[in-house]
Write a protein that binds this ligand. Sequence first.
Ligand code: GLN
Length: 582
Amino acid sequence: MSNEELMAKIGQSTEDTEFYTPMPPGYRKGRHKFVVVVGTVMSGLGKGIFSSSLAKLLQDKGLKVAPIKMEGYLNIDSGTLNPYRHGEVFVLDDGMETDMDLGTYERLLDQDLSAANFTTNGQILSGVLKKEREGGYLGRDVQVIPHVTGEVKLKLRELAVKTQADVVFVEVGGTVGDYENSFYLEACRQLAYEEGEDAVCFVALTYVLEPGTLGEQKSKAAQLGMKRLMEMGIMPDIIACRASNPVNDTVRQKISMYTNVPMKRVFSMHDVESIYLIPESLRSAGMDREVLTMLQLHDHVDQRAEDQARLKWRWFVDRIGKARREITIGVTGKYTSLRDAYASIIKAVEHSGVHHGVEVKLKWLDTTNVDASSVARRLEGCHGIIVPGGFGVRGAEGKIECIRYARENRLPYLGLCLGFQMAVIEYARNVCGLNGANSTEFDPRCAHPVIDILPEQKKIEGLGGNMRLGGKDVILKPNTVAWRLFDESESIRLRFRHRYEVDPKYIQTLEEHGLIFSGRAPNHPIMQILELPAEAHPFFMGTQAHPELTSRPLRPQPMFMGLVKAAMEYAEHGRTVAVAGR
Ligand code: GLN
């Protein structure tokens, strides 16, 4: 039987074989390699940052990498998860709503990802159940092994074929020993067996405790975590020890001895000042070389590409923390203490700050108790404001007050999604005189529903009436601030996640009163960017999109660049007299 015939046979679930290994069309064994990253001891060790940094190092060498995050929960995607519990919902260009780690991968790899780069237990299991109903496993009792694990392996190989990746980075969510991740690990174990030698490299991230009362590093928890992994039939190839301080040799030796992983592959991964330093610190420790050795990829390295990539990255990293100027930007947020909910905004501001050579401090503003009498005091010290995306009425009036203040006092403003809608409401009420203007999200019976759900428009776009999600083209109006920010491009692409939008029947009134819609959808009257003319305000912009999702360290997002620049000027020249407004 030829290899292909055998593969075809084990890809079918029949009664005369215990194998179930469906292969995607075009899959060539040996063409793609896999790095599987697992965590032990505890979650929250920065597995995503670690994994994306390692992937970046291989990408820098000219290898094509494709990451995938495998989540243990039963939700089909992250769209229904509460950001204050799980961090922000990240939206990919194809509209997939994912865990915030996908943002880390996109930013570090400067690569757009798709639904193929993300999976959950819910997706895998519902796929298996659907296949069962369609008769896909006819005659067989459907089992976690081999059927569920077979679908997981299929997903990994499909990603390899789709992206033509040299190396697929598999990040298994949670920690080894969690029930919900156990079949992912089992699938990876099988994958390593099927792919053969030099094809799959297991990297275990663990944690070395250093209890304050003892004042020394203890390896036991790490050892137990590794033991757990080995009980599942997985021998780690590389161990990365997270710790606050450099992990000492005694601890590394113990871990090495208990796992059969040679000392040269037990790495200390202690805290560094900035996540952007992690790729270089992994590199100087030699982890990338060890991965290349394990996967027999040394011949594929493009030295020139690596030198250039490192040079560019160095430029960025060298500027971090070196700024001599400092500005403060106020961010209105609901549960403002939970920063993960605003991870991409924090990153986008940071990218722009580095490029402008300024340290940007964020001041979190709970707007539930902001009103006309307190707004000036609450915004004191801010050189710009961001009203980010959100759902629900809580703090809405306070946000509108902040926007009014920003508009009237020439304080730089950037509104993101909900912040765009709020700016429209504020303008309608306070400049156009439309008393009672609001969004039907907050007040379904308001006098002027300037922001509303428009099912007809959704239908035109074939989106089935729920959220408008993912990357969309935005046509820019020439000679506007937005047009200049985007290098005079005719059309740009931004990512969206919203249900409500500007009701087109109010567009004329808003424009007649001076508001400029500088970005629109190509075929429908969906307003996507607004601004005030440069004479009226130094920087007042809102977008129905989430531009923070597409900011990258080496390609900062232009709207954030514009805001930070304007805030620097505001900080330098102080408050100027209000031009527009009441
Ligand atoms: N709640 C608003 C809407 O659904 C804004 C959404 C958002 O900010 N992501 O349109």
